[in-house]
Ligand binder design. Structure first.
Ligand SMILES: Cc1cc2nc3c(=O)[nH]c(=O)nc-3n(C[C@H](O)[C@H](O)[C@H](O)COP(=O)(O)OP(=O)(O)OC[C@H]3O[C@@H](n4cnc5c(N)ncnc54)[C@H](O)[C@@H]3O)c2cc1C
Length: 389
């Protein structure tokens, strides 16, 4: 079967790999370059925190398990997954209540989490500074973080080894179902034919599905201060001992390789505006570095090498979209937030549904039909708790 995949972020790479492994002839169309979209601006923490309804939690938990299984399989790419866990605490009564409720919910769902003391936390992260009034810390041993470019190198590298081709730069401007498949129209005036198409166009999904006659509404990726936008600071290399994710009251941090860290203060996202990114040496950068100094020894002299405004690919109801655009359609759409956690899993499930005609239970609640053509959906609330980002 000839399958066209549109977009080479983590979802397109995951779909291309799984389709190629199952014997499909895959061509990927990418308008800019691999990881040009949201995949290159992600906190990239693999988790299933604060994911509701239950089916969305289960999907994310399965996404984490898929990463673990993939990391066990031999592959030629550099290590993309660090599965050293996450530490989280709260610093006032209301936040502690919220965290305790979240931990209880996760325990009821048999998700690995336990309370530890600040002393135990420092045994895991020797440079950690925990405020003296904090008595308990939630430890999530199975969580981790991903280096997104290396994950895509694994997924797309294997697809390429199996014969998948990339057309780039190649912007898809239209998709039309024909008697035998789908006609893929390109901005340069050329067109191609495929038996089926996977749309993995991230925050561009609404425009492309609209052009195909089945508009899947997405939250506006450009709206300043909205749920879609988030600041990420990338530090200089720092001699601090951190090998895992920290989600703390004022700062989320993860290693980004070679001593660099990625820092995120969710309250600061209220000022995130893709049209006017904050200066790398301005107030937001200073504040992120100040919070980092308070959190980890060895971060004196921290500065940001870049401060980016990430734009989430967020279906309009906040949940994953995975499935065909209609009952007899040959156009399959994947669009989701938490796409780093979900990419390898969604790629495999999509390939199975496309090539075998199966219907995967994990995806039952996430079909595009619930959203196609809908307008006036309530505005999504911005991420202010760990796991929403
Ligand atoms: C601030 C922030 C923090 C995040 N934190 C996390 C986290 O901790 N954990 C987590 O799991 N997820 C997180 N995410 C979400 C995650 O990064 C995304 O869900 C994921 O990267 C989306 O991948 P994608 O492949 O769908 O989209 P993208 O990476 O955007 O890829 C889509 C690709 O399609 C191409 N394209 C679009 N339209 C066309 C067209 N017409 N023709 C050809 N090519 C086209 C684009 O150029 C792009 O390369 C975060 C996101 C942000 C912004």
């Amino acid at each position: 079967m000839k399958i066209a995949v549109i977009g080479l972020g983590v979802l397109g790479a995951g779909a291309a790999r799984s389709l190629a492994l199952m014997g499909a002839e895959v061509t990927v169309y990418e308008q800019h370059f691999a990881t040009a979209g949201t995949t290159s601006t992600s906190f990239a923490w693999t988790n299933s925190h604060n994911k509701n309804p239950r089916s969305y939690h289960d999907l994310n938990a399965a996404g984490m398990a898929e990463h673990a299984a993939l990391a066990q399989q031999p592959g030629d790419a550099p290590a993309w997954l660090v599965r050293n866990g996450n530490l989280e605490w709260a610093d006032d009564a209301a936040a502690d209540e919220h965290l305790a409720a979240s931990v209880d919910e996760l325990l009821a769902r048999s998700y690995p989490v336990r309370w530890i003391t600040p002393k135990q936390a420092r045994e895991l992260v020797p440079d950690l500074r925990v405020p003296s009034h904090v008595e308990r810390i939630a430890h999530y041993p199975d969580e981790g973080h991903v280096f997104p470019a290396l994950l895509v190198s694994r997924l797309w590298g294997e697809a390429r080894d199996l014969g998948a081709r990339l057309r780039c730069p190649a912007k898809v401007t239209g998709l039309t179902e024909t008697a035998t498949g789908v006609r893929v129209e390109l901005a340069d005036g050329h067109h191609a034919e495929a038996d089926a198409v996977v749309i993995a166009a991230g925050r561009w999904t609404e425009g492309l599905t609209a052009a195909a006659g089945h508009r899947v509404p997405m939250a506006d990726p450009d709206a300043a201060g909205s749920a879609t936008v988030g600041l990420l600071g990338y530090t200089n290399p720092l001699p601090t001992r951190l090998d895992r994710v920290l989600t703390t009251p004022r700062l989320n941090v993860r290693p980004d390789g070679a001593g660099r860290l990625i820092v995120q203060g969710l309250d600061l996202d209220a000022d995130a505006d893709p049209a006017a990114p904050p200066a790398v040496d301005g107030h937001h950068a200073d504040e992120l570095c100040r919070r980092l100094n308070g959190l980890l020894d060895g971060t004196e002299g921290a500065r940001l090498e870049s401060l980016r405004v990430g734009r989430r690919a967020l279906p309009a109801d906040g949940l994953t979209v995975a499935g065909f655009l209609g009952d007899s359609s040959r156009m399959y759409t994947l669009a989701t937030h938490s796409g780093i956690t979900l990419g390898p899993l969604l790629g495999r499930l999509a390939a199975q549904e496309l090539l075998t005609g199966s219907s995967e239970n994990l995806l039952a609640d996430f079909r595009p039909g619930r959203l196609i053509g809908r307008t006036g959906l309530p505005t999504l609330r911005p991420a202010r708790f760990a796991g929403q980002q």
